[in-house]
Design a protein around this ligand. Sequence first.
Ligand code: NAP
Length: 279
Amino acid sequence: MVIMLDGKATAQTLKEELKVRIKKLERKPTLSIICVGNDPASVIYAKNQAKACKEIGIDAKIHTFDKISDLKLVEFISNELKDEDAIIVELPLPDEMNTEKILEAIRPDQDVDGLHYVNVGRRLFDYEDVFYPCTPLGCLEILDRYNIEIEGKHAVVVGRSHLVGRPLATMLEKRNATVTQCHSHSKPLSKYTLLADILITAIGKAKLIKADMIKKGVIVIDVGMNRDKNGKLCGDVDFENVKEKCSFITPVPGGIGPMTVAELLANTVLASERKKRKK
Ligand code: NAP
């Protein structure tokens, strides 16, 4: 029988644990959320993140700019936000902006999205004071919380973005999984997905993964957040038809979405704890 991996409940457990850690700090952890342009999805993400912060005692501020030059934003991050524990920039930034330049302005110890090149490099060499991106953290956390063994499994990751697929593959390999990373040139995709013990999809294509593309008993983690032809939120996996073949599966919504938000809170608390330790 298939077991649903409940991201909402797992995220709530994690948040309760974070409240306890926050109580041990001398002051509230601080997070600055930067939003440029009026991308509706980014505005919603920022509001949800700030709300989740407030619920557990993180002091979050949203900084909204209709339009700002790269230089002005770099100065804002370096000067106005230098004392913040944590900073994130909602992506994508407007086309005319230089995303790398903006991300590099965030100090690696404040970079709770784990996108600064110093954090990317440190992850490869197992440095301790590093940040991992929130969505891959959420994927591993939910597997761990359900006591699903990663070591020795064949994990197939579909997607290789800097934010999700690529760091996820590294993290799974570090946990002693054998990892296959797929992307839009992996053809036919089913040749790889059929071999997965753990299948993680971060594609952005509604219901692309069908029942005949997976083996029986597979563990499925669906990162995708898409709209189906009726405008309903759905994942990369054809959930209704796939679920009966799985041993575990995350739903969309209610799977990796809430886990990602919870991991942002966890990284913010971690940033604050590290700062306290350094004092
Ligand atoms: P992305 O940057 O667009 O990357 C998509 C990846 O999927 C790329 O590596 C692409 O391959 C690959 N791909 C596209 N079509 C494919 C196909 N037909 N077969 C195999 N691979 C294919 O997207 P992302 O930022 O990683 O996000 C992926 C999905 O996760 C989106 O739906 C996004 O909304 C969702 N997401 C959810 C959360 C959450 O909190 N739940 C967080 C982040 C993202 P190429 O590299 O060859 O182009």
